[in-house]
Design a protein around this ligand. Structure first.
Ligand code: GZL
Length: 327
């Protein structure tokens, strides 16, 4: 399956494409629908669970703006998969021109995606993926979650691999692609090392969820019984930091933390020495998603998968870039 890897330049390029309306042509020459040049798009967002999600929502709203030729119908499902499916069904009933989804969980999408197909409304996935057959959506743009997990795991293996290390994991939303794939990648990277996963539980990608789960781990094992935390996102890592400090521990020293996202608050904690390593997950997917909608409505062939390019940061590397990052 073809996939395209995006660099920052390419994503900026797509901004130029979308802004000048040369993302393709149809009867009105700019990918517009029948409603006089404006494309009506329903966007089903997961909710507002994390700093990453806020940056992603901002990117999507900026890209699907009136200035760029869109009429955006936005829904945030508060991390409720049933509510998100109902939102997509509502978009179909409204007769939107295209639907964009950041699916909370991978499973349960077949029926409503078939209904969109029967209504001849193309679906673009952004951020997370679904387990449905890929003929039920036109394209997906997002980050390589398995690779993110592998990068985090490789750092852990390089740092602790030869030493007996007690690991606890703060998992993302159960059933979500990032939680599933980051776990797969991380576990493959630490295989054969002396890192032992003693516990793992979902904190739902939220700061409060990460704090509560970490409080439970600390009650169970004590500060001295845990050496390393792998948090599936920065918000849960930040919650874990609060719990560790409340228990009298020093995060980043007594208990090391590796996380994923690289949102500003996470990067600040990395600079402050409370997190030890962060793998980026770029949330700025709006321009590419908007370009995909225009191309699909223009019956242009598009790559089924487009990956954003992610990097990773040590504490020193974070200090150099913190003030210049876009999110
Ligand atoms: C990853 C995204 C995840 C982030 C979390 O692309 O789906 O959801 O890692 C967010 O911060 O809540």
């Amino acid at each position: 399956m073809l996939k395209k890897v995006l660099t920052g330049v390419a994503m900026l390029g797509s901004l130029a494409l979308v802004a000048t309306g040369c993302g393709g042509s149809s009867d009105s020459g700019d990918g517009s629908s029948d409603s006089g040049g404006v494309i009506k798009v329903g966007f089903a967002q997961t909710g507002s669970e994390s700093g990453w999600r806020s940056a992603n929502t901002e990117s999507m709203k900026e890209a699907f703006s009136k200035e760029n030729g869109f009429d955006l119908v936005f829904n945030a499902a508060d991390n409720d998969p049933a509510a998100q499916i109902a939102a997509v069904r509502s978009f179909i009933n409204q007769g939107v021109d295209a639907i964009v989804i950041a699916p909370i969980v991978e499973d349960g999408w077949d029926d409503v995606l078939n209904e969109a197909k029967e209504a001849d409304i193309p679906v673009i996935l952004e951020d997370r993926t679904v387990s449905s057959s890929d003929d039920l959506y036109a394209a997906w743009v997002g980050d390589d979650f398995t690779k993110e997990g592998e990068t985090a795991g490789q750092w852990a293996a390089d740092t602790f691999g030869d030493t007996a290390t007690k690991l606890v994991v703060l998992e993302g939303t159960t059933g979500s692609a990032p939680a599933n794939d980051r776990a797969t990648g991380f576990d493959s990277a630490i295989e054969g090392t002396k890192i032992e996963k003693i516990d793992s539980q979902t904190g739902e990608f939220t700061r409060d969820g990460g704090k509560k789960v970490m409080e439970g781990f600390l009650q169970k094992y004590g500060v001295d019984g845990i050496d390393l935390v792998f948090a599936h996102n920065d918000d849960m890592a930040l919650g874990a930091i609060e719990a560790i400090e409340a228990a009298g521990g020093t995060p980043g020293e007594d208990i090391k933390i590796v996380s994923i996202d690289a949102v500003h608050d996470g990067m600040q904690a990395l600079v402050d020495g409370k997190i030890n390593f962060i793998v980026e997950c770029n949330p700025l997917l709006g321009d590419q998603a908007a370009e995909l909608v225009k191309s699909v409505l223009n019956d242009e062939s598009v790559d089924k998968q487009t990956f954003a390019v992610d990097q990773s940061f040590t504490q020193d590397q974070a200090a150099k870039v913190l003030d210049s990052r876009p999110y």
